[in-house]
Design a protein around this ligand. Structure first.
Ligand SMILES: C[S@@+](CC[C@H](N)C(=O)[O-])C[C@H]1O[C@@H](n2cnc3c(N)ncnc32)[C@H](O)[C@@H]1O
Length: 265
């Protein structure tokens, strides 16, 4: 393995939902300009999800394209209740995987396409890199620090959810909150808002809220052929969503879903 990495210019590219139609032209150009694209492998149950990134590369890249190098995504330890320490450890492990994958590619002869320039390394980030994603925080741990870090904005699942239901995200002049299933479960309804968008919820945390006066707009596999949508007063829609979600997860082995809750209809 190479002793030290040469200068690396990192591009964190928001790819939307994996649907090539959701990729911006800027994102496509950044992918094409990379010397190396790192793709995470996330284990058997999420193999299909990893394949979506690979399919996206096949759909938009033209020869001579970047080298594509996979790496096995470390699994986050989830024993005990020190969530932040677990995440910190996990991010450190991911940084090591990126660096090993870059070193492997260099050992196998990869060089910057533009001699004398930093190696252009890209990561394809689901949705938008700024929203509930740690790729920027992982990049900040790289040693030596990257020569530069560029972020390419992507269409987030929150936007695709609103578009799919043809709803506005916020009430007129009103704020909204974007939060996680864990926060909703542990803290209840967020103070000061009538609209909450909930991501990263594997446990249908909306079932733990008093449903009176709440409306839900839910979407799974947004932007994909198998996209699923449901909406309605929470009391009526919740049991349908719980059932549909479990069946879809069973059928496909994985699910990604997001929902918007609004007080007052
Ligand atoms: C780690 S966060 C990444 C969010 C992403 N950066 C974005 O801008 O959408 C993963 C969560 O995003 C939501 N998500 C991402 N893609 C989705 C999709 N295609 N359909 C439904 N939810 C999605 C889910 O709530 C999932 O648990």
């Amino acid at each position: 393995m190479s002793a030290a990495l040469p200068p690396v210019a990192l591009s964190l590219i928001g790819i939307g939902t994996g649907n090539p139609d959701h990729l911006t032209r800027e994102a496509q150009a950044a992918m094409q300009a990379a010397d190396l694209i790192l793709l995470p492998h996330k284990g058997e149950d999420k193999a299909e999800l990893a394949a979506l990134r690979r399919d996206l590369c096949d759909a938009v890249l033209t020869a001579p394209g970047p080298r594509i190098e996979g790496f096995d995504m470390p699994v986050r330890r989830s024993v005990g209740d020190d969530y932040l320490a677990q995440v910190d450890e996990w991010h450190a492990a991911i940084t090591r995987c990126w660096q090993a994958a870059i070193a492997r590619s260099l050992d196998e002869g990869l060089q910057p396409r533009t001699p004398g320039q930093p190696l252009q390394v890209a990561l394809l980030v689901w949705g938008d890199p700024a929203l509930y994603d740690s790729t920027l925080r992982i990049a900040a741990r790289m040693q030596p620090a990257p020569h530069s870090v560029r972020v390419v904005a992507g269409i987030s699942s929150m936007q695709v959810l609103c578009a799919a239901h043809a709803i506005a995200l916020n009430g007129i002049g009103q704020p909204f909150v974007v939060t996680t299933g864990r926060q909703l479960r542990e803290q209840g309804w967020p103070p000061g808002v009538d609209t909450a968008v909930v991501m990263l919820d594997g446990q249908c945390s909306f079932t733990e809220l008093p449903s009176h006066g709440l409306h839900i707009w839910w979407g799974a596999y947004l932007g994909m052929d198998r996209q699923m949508l449901d909406s309605g007063p929470l009391a009526e829609a919740a049991p349908r969503i719980v059932q549909a979600r479990a069946a879809a997860r069973e059928r496909h082995g994985w699910i990604m879903d997001i929902y918007l809750l609004r007080r007052g209809g």
